[in-house]
Design a protein around this ligand. Structure first.
Ligand SMILES: C[S@@+](CC[C@H](N)C(=O)[O-])C[C@H]1O[C@@H](n2cnc3c(N)ncnc32)[C@H](O)[C@@H]1O
Length: 269
């Protein structure tokens, strides 16, 4: 019998998350640091929102940044603190947080963490919180799925995708089915986990906001951000992946979206 849960097996098991989504070359951290330099973050203080296992925060720390990682998952925060002593790791909700006014020179939000803002209120809460946290001229760097990719394309929706990997001697098999909820503008995910250790299969459901590039530009402008770059790659999760020296792309058509925006106005009093 399949057990259905709202919990997330991967965020509850950070080591399993890293086994499923390895980044041994620290590509996401390197790409982020390249953006911070290329677009001139006004200082070294970086807030990594939805920091997960802390590996990107740790990379940025090693690159000389003063980093705070924020996440809602206690398991992720415990794992990050244990593995990566450099950055500070704090519990905060993307939908609305207060980590001090003008406390950061850049906010980063990687691997679609921003798309956990499902509603417009949550997106407004996220951007208002970033605005409060950043100094004027501070950067917002994000990397996520591209909602526009799903306009007229069904290749990721037509059939479930199956992935197998081995972790600590157990073979895990995940079967992922994606569907579009048009009215809510959500990409809904149903994932069934099975393993060869005798545990019953577990079904998990989650969703990402389907944000369109022009919609993102509009909401960023509303919150005082100027878009410096918004493109579909190369980036850390594109094929081929970004490498040092690659320039930002000029299109926003493929399945990943990369954003760099600058806070132009002073935070609201
Ligand atoms: C796909 S993981 C990305 C982790 C990391 N940024 C990376 O690129 O490896 C998304 C992360 O966002 C966190 N998250 C989801 N909803 C959140 C929320 N409302 N507030 C803060 N973190 C959240 C999850 O706990 C998870 O660690």
């Amino acid at each position: 019998m399949t057990h259905t849960t709202n919990a997330n097996l991967l965020t509850d098991n950070p080591a399993l998350y890293e086994a499923r989504f390895p980044d041994p070359e620290r590509l996401a951290g390197r790409w982020t640091e390249d953006c911070l330099r290329r677009y001139g973050a006004p200082g070294p203080r970086v807030l990594d929102l939805g920091c997960g296992t802390g590996r990107d925060a740790a990379y940025l720390h090693r690159a000389g940044r003063t980093v705070t990682g924020a996440d809602l998952s206690d398991a992720m925060l415990a794992y990050a603190r244990d593995r990566h002593p450099g950055p500070a790791f704090v519990r905060a909700d993307l939908h609305g947080f207060d980590l001090g006014e003008r406390s950061f020179d850049a906010a980063v939000c990687l691997d679609s963490a921003l798309l956990y803002c499902h509603t417009n209120d949550q997106l407004d809460g996220f951007l208002a919180s970033c605005r409060r946290s950043l100094v004027p001229g501070g950067l917002l760097v994000a990397e996520m799925r591209n909602g526009a990719f799903f306009l007229g394309r069904t290749e990721l929706l037509d059939a479930p995708s199956v992935n197998r990997f081995t972790w600590q001697g157990t073979v895990y098999r995940s079967t992922t089915t994606l569907s579009v909820d048009r009215a809510a503008q959500l990409l809904r995910r149903r994932r069934v986990w099975a393993s060869d250790d005798g545990s019953p299969p577990v079904e998990q459901r989650s969703a990402w906001r389907l944000l369109l590039p022009q919609e993102l530009r509009h909401v960023l402008a509303t919150h005082g951000f100027e878009v410096l770059a918004l493109h579909d790659g190369p980036g850390p999760r594109t094929e081929p992946p970004w490498k040092e020296g690659d320039l930002p792309g000029a299109t926003a058509d493929a399945d990943r979206l990369h954003l760099v925006a600058r806070l132009t106005t002073a935070p609201r009093p």
